[in-house]
Write a protein that binds this ligand. Structure first.
Ligand SMILES: N[C@@H](CCC(=O)N[C@@H](CS)C(=O)NCC(=O)O)C(=O)O
Length: 340
């Protein structure tokens, strides 16, 4: 027994002496890969105003793009260390499963089926949305219940498809789906009158309508027929990465709650409130617990902004009211558990 312990100890010493200086493994294969690469790879749509769309300088803008940047700021200390991969409604899940992307923030609805069947899990919700219908005003339809017999343009592989079929079946109405994958194609099919309605997340319908030159020719029906909580998705089995992504989202919400934003965050470093001090990495080793820098949340807020800033910059400008997407103490659903 004695000899075995001695031998083990000697071997360990020899191994230590010979060990090359690799970065300490974090316990997260995804975080280790992200660090080695110096970049977070994030799956987005890349063509949806307010969510992810390149601006005139080619910079990806939108709430999904900024959610990706939040994770780069938290994990690497630099929101610009991000590569965006444009994915479709049908290839998004395989891209995440195969490791082509480190996370997916692509107007993707959290459902039981996706979480239980696909080996994926939802780490946070960046937009509480719902399925809506866009119609031409000239059609004269005022509500979804008047759509019996309608043809509806919808993207395949979406939870929208299921929401519509449930709604029509339940309402004892018929409809004909026109399934079109490509976004530009589905939108031009709707504009040219191939379908009576275009259905998807109502946020995307509102922003699509807002960006049309003749936007008053279109009506977003008042009916929201399903819950579509859109969020941050990661692979199952990497709990530490899941924690980083989940608490990054919470940090943006907590920052808004405490009144910390990208402009005053340096001033807030002098704050005596223990919640603020822990969030900003001044005490409590919250970052260390996540295997990242204690300044993780400071970096997110300083470089990208708090949740409300991200919302206003991307969504408010398109005329979509905040509603249930406010933080909890202002009547909304975004709520962060204690960061302590
Ligand atoms: N939230 C639904 C619908 C997702 C969806 O269809 N998103 C649309 C509207 S936001 C989209 O990303 N279109 C852009 C594209 O396909 O390039 C889901 O997860 O299935």
């Amino acid at each position: 027994m004695m000899r075995l312990t001695l031998t083990g100890g000697m071997m360990a010493t020899a191994l230590l002496a010979a060990a090359p200086t690799y970065a300490q493994p974090s316990g997260s294969a995804t975080l280790d890969a992200v660090k080695a690469r110096g970049m977070v790879i994030c799956g987005i749509a890349g063509a949806v105003p307010g969510f992810s769309l390149p601006d005139s300088q080619g910079v990806m803008r939108g709430i999904d793009a900024d959610s990706c940047r939040n994770v780069a700021a938290a994990a690497l200390g630099d929101a610009t260390k991000i590569k965006f991969t444009a994915l479709t409604t049908t290839n998004r899940f395989t891209a995440l499963q195969s490791g082509e992307v480190d996370l997916l923030v692509r107007s993707t609805t959290w459902t039981l089926g996706r979480e239980a069947n696909l080996g994926l899990e939802f780490a946070g919700i960046n937009y509480y949305d719902g399925t809506g219908f866009l119609v031409k005003k000239s059609l004269g339809v005022k509500g979804a219940k008047e759509m019996d017999g309608a043809t509806i343009c919808v993207q395949p592989g979406t939870s929208t498809e299921l929401a519509i079929s449930d709604y029509f079946r339940q309402s004892k109405m018929k409809f004909t789906p026109i399934l079109i994958q490509d976004l530009a194609e589905i939108q031009s099919a709707f504009l040219s009158g191939r379908c009576d309605s275009y259905s998807t997340d109502s946020s995307a319908l509102a922003t699509f309508r807002a960006t049309q030159p003749n936007k008053d020719d279109f009506v977003l029906l008042p009916d929201i027929i399903s819950k579509e909580p859109l969020g941050y998705v990661v692979r199952k089995g990497d709990d530490k990465w899941f924690d980083i992504v989940r608490w990054t989202y919470f940090a943006t919400v907590a920052a808004e709650e405490y009144g910390i934003d990208s402009k005053n965050v340096d001033e807030k470093l002098k704050d005596t409130n223990p919640d603020v001090r822990r969030l900003l990495g001044l005490e409590g080793d919250m970052g260390k617990a996540l295997a990242i820098d204690n300044k993780w949340a400071y970096n997110v807020v300083k470089q990208v902004g708090n949740f409300g800033e991200t919302w206003d910059r991307n969504i408010t400008v398109l005329g979509v009211p905040r509603g249930i997407n406010n933080i909890w103490n202002k009547g909304g659903l975004h709520y962060a558990p204690p960061i302590r």
